[in-house]
Design a protein around this ligand. Structure first.
Ligand code: ADP
Length: 242
């Protein structure tokens, strides 16, 4: 277990008595493209809502030494947890660069303004290059392709220097080429950060997951490598016919 691992232990989330997440444990480390999969309603999004402070939870979710549960959302963001949503939340009327500037501005360190600005520009440049958006600086986000919008969201998290990227169905609605580009992007990002992908798409998971946790009805059904979970008869049963 390294200092910068995400370790979720015995996570519970209830909505008016309904147990959406009932004792889920998993961990994720830098270097991994970690997947959380399961049928609709399994509790995947609720798990990341809990880790990001959007859903009230019991149990534990630690980033290194720090407990995340019980902290307000903005503090969790400041600790380096970033997330995307199923529908890209970018400012459509602003350009790609303006979107990234806003993302950077929120977390600009308050050292000398000039030094901070130089750091910001460098991180924006790197994020643009990483996500293949360097040619779209002046493009209004609203006219980007569906895939490019998702990549812009990821670029915004990189500019914020998120240590953990929680991505909710990042390839939903993408073409096959965009899926492949996204998978390769996540592999590159994961070299230094934790990437946790909530996904419904088994094919994408098979191609890009390092380890997988399968949720079903708010509980962990199976956990391990892609080969492990695919060979698990309980997983086959849940996914049969889906
Ligand atoms: P998944 O992401 O795996 O599709 P969710 O985490 O969205 O599943 O939902 C898990 C369960 O919790 C579902 O039965 C869903 O209806 C329920 N749920 C999620 N959010 C709420 C909420 N805010 N209020 C009540 N029930 C909720």
């Amino acid at each position: 277990m390294t200092d910068d691992s995400l370790v979720v232990t015995d996570l519970h989330v209830e909505f008016s008595g309904f147990v959406a997440v009932g004792g889920v444990s998993f961990d994720a480390h830098p270097g991994e493209v970690r997947f959380l999969i399961g049928p609709n309603g399994a509790g995947k999004t609720t798990c990341i809502d809990a880790v990001t402070g959007l859903a009230k939870a019991t149990g534990s979710a630690r980033l290194g030494e720090r407990e995340l549960l019980g902290r307000p959302v903005h503090k969790i963001v400041r600790l380096g947890i970033g997330r995307t949503f199923q529908t890209a939340s970018v400012f459509d009327e602003l350009t790609v660069l303006q979107n990234l500037d806003i993302a950077a501005g929120r977390h600009r360190p308050s050292v000398s303004l000039l030094r901070a600005r130089r750091g910001v520009e460098e991180s924006i440049e790197q994020a643009l290059e990483e996500t293949g958006l360097a040619g779209e600086l002046a493009t209004p986000a609203g006219i980007l392709s569906h895939g490019q919008k998702q990549w812009l969201e990821i670029a915004m998290l990189l500019v914020q220097d998120a240590k953990v990227l929680l991505l909710d169905e990042p390839v939903a609605g993408m073409s096959q080429d965009e899926r492949t580009a996204t998978g390769e992007l996540l592999q590159r990002i994961a070299a230094k950060r934790i990437v946790l992908v909530v996904e419904h798409d088994m094919d994408f998971m098979r191609r890009f997951a390092t380890r997988v946790t399968v949720l079903h009805q708010g509980k962990v059904l199976s956990q391990g490598t892609v080969a492990d979970v695919q060979a698990d008869p309980r997983v086959q049963e849940v996914y049969l016919g889906t």
